[in-house]
Design a protein around this ligand. Structure first.
Ligand SMILES: *Cc1c(COP(=O)(O)O)cnc(C)c1O
Length: 235
């Protein structure tokens, strides 16, 4: 099979999973945006995915993302940044990202806002929440403690050139994702009481998109199920 046939088959299978999960949850598939996570895969794959109708693409490392977004500048895509973000990368990320899913501290809000103002861009920001009750902040996966979400939302709301879009989370490793996604839904609910427009819930990956959709995910971030296995990255 050619690469595009491969990707088309994977995409059909993922769309089918999303559609079944929506049926089971009494939701419409139109409520769930599929974000293709293309990290470690070449820009040529992004191009093929765009041909197949993908509109939203995500990367998790600035250097790779900067190169790939440049190569794909002619495509009309929405770019998401989903990786842990150092403040000294804010300037670069703001130059290509439409949505940043990994905002988890006030310092980062400041850095992103300053960079977005200077670049005359507007960036949608999601608050990444740590749902790992057992080991919050360990493993370096990022995310603010649930108790800190509202304060961070206030900071984002007040920041120039940034828009508060909602919340994002990664289910804890090795645990049942369902309770974590249910907790994220509660957090989103209280956030929306203060900020009704902050409707985005970015949750669910290749292994757990069904559970995330049941809990109200509006964006699923899918890598492996679309593009295949990633080779281990040696750093
Ligand atoms: C890599 C990545 C994904 C996609 O993971 P898969 O299991 O390959 O679907 C989703 N979210 C984030 C933050 C990621 O880094």
């Amino acid at each position: 099979m050619s690469r595009i046939q491969d990707l088309a088959a994977n995409l059909a299978a993922v769309r089918e999973r999303i559609s079944k999960a929506c049926d089971a949850a009494g939701r419409s598939p139109g409520e769930v945006t599929l974000v293709a996570v293309t990290k470690t895969f070449p820009a040529s794959d992004v191009r093929l995915l765009a041909e197949l109708g993908i509109t939203d693409v995500a990367e998790n490392r600035d250097q790779e993302a900067a190169a790939k977004t440049t190569e794909c500048r002619d495509l009309d895509l929405t770019w998401h940044f989903v990786g842990q973000l150092q403040t000294n990368k804010a300037r670069s990320v703001v130059s290509y990202a439409d949505v940043v899913h990994s905002v988890d501290r006030a310092r980062l809000v400041k850095a992103l806002s300053r960079a977005a103002v200077d670049a005359e861009r507007s960036v949608r920001c999601l608050i990444q929440v740590s749902l790992d009750e057992a080991a919050p902040d360990e493993e370096g996966r990022g995310g603010v403690h649930p108790d800190g979400v509202l304060a961070l939302a206030d900071a984002l709301d007040a920041a120039d050139a940034l828009a508060l879009g909602g919340v994002m989370a990664v289910a804890p490793l090795g645990a049942d994702p369902a309770p974590a996604f249910a907790r994220l839904a509660e957090i989103s609910h209280s956030l929306r009481a203060a900020y009704p427009a902050a409707k985005t819930v970015s949750a669910g990956m290749s292994g757990d998109m069904e559970q995330a959709i049941v809990s109200g995910a509006t964006h699923v971030r899918v890598g492996t199920a679309l593009l295949g296995g990633r080779r281990a990255i040696v750093r």
